[in-house]
Design a protein around this ligand. Structure first.
Ligand code: TYD
Length: 212
């Protein structure tokens, strides 16, 4: 199986930019690679994404939200990620199970062991070889994310209503996940020049012997 790498971090941490750069880097080395994103990634998943992120959906309860993320993830894993890995293609995934733990668990207070059980059922032990956690102050990340959403025509503003305290809990949740699984989850500082961070991420591939 080819390498499976997920990217995590609070909104506006720069995951998407770093994924794009890593994708270009791998392609320039002749390696096959696809990018998957959560929520979304498949036709069903993209429909679920609209429900999850649209600002009109204020009635969504935390457990419904959690289950929708997992439905999207299950589709993404079996329709897109596993077939690619089995065909020898690298997969770079914009968020995966750690996002549910950080946002729905630490952020919203859904029972952590329930999320764990759901993960076991839905992803059946298919964990990334490496998770890059881009750590950042919530104030900085959130202002960047708002700026970007203003320029996009689609409404993905539901998370914009969250407080900085919510994002602080999410951030601390992510750091706890990294502490508990330090081999898989590597924390990098998101408040540094894009190119510097890209080089750091490439060096992680070498340290972990994912790429020589
Ligand atoms: P994403 O598209 O990665 O947004 P961004 O590019 O701004 O980081 O994720 C959309 C939102 O969904 C984001 O606020 C995080 C949230 N989310 C969860 O709450 N739980 C999850 O399991 C996932 C995958 C995302």
């Amino acid at each position: 199986m080819a390498p499976f790498i997920s990217f995590e971090g609070i909104d506006g941490s720069g995951k998407t930019t770093q994924i794009k750069l890593l994708e270009e880097y791998l392609k320039s080395r002749g390696l096959p690679v696809i990018v998957a994103r959560e929520p979304g990634g498949t036709e069903v998943g993209e429909s679920i994404r609209q429900v999850l992120l649209h600002s009109r959906n204020t009635a969504l309860r935390p457990l419904s939200e959690l289950l929708l993320y997992y439905a999207s993830r299950h589709q993404n894993l079996y329709q897109k990620i596993l077939p690619a890995l089995e065909a020898g293609c690298w997969v770079l995934c914009d968020r995966y199970v750690d996002a549910s733990m950080a946002y729905q668990g630490y952020g919203r207070g859904v029972d952590l062991s329930l999320i764990d059980q759901l993960s076991q059922m839905v992803i059946n032990q298919h964990m990334p070889d490496l998770t890059v956690l881009i750590d950042m102050e919530p104030a900085l990340g959130v202002s960047r994310a708002k700026e970007r959403n203003r320029h996009d025509s689609i409404d993905e503003g539901r998370f914009e209503r969250e407080s900085l305290e919510f994002y602080e809990r999410v951030r601390q949740g992510y750091l706890k996940i990294a502490q508990d699984d330090p081999h898989r989850v590597r924390v990098v500082n998101g408040d540094q020049p894009i190119e510097t961070l890209h080089r750091k991420i490439v060096s992680l591939l070498k340290v972990l012997k994912i790429e020589s």
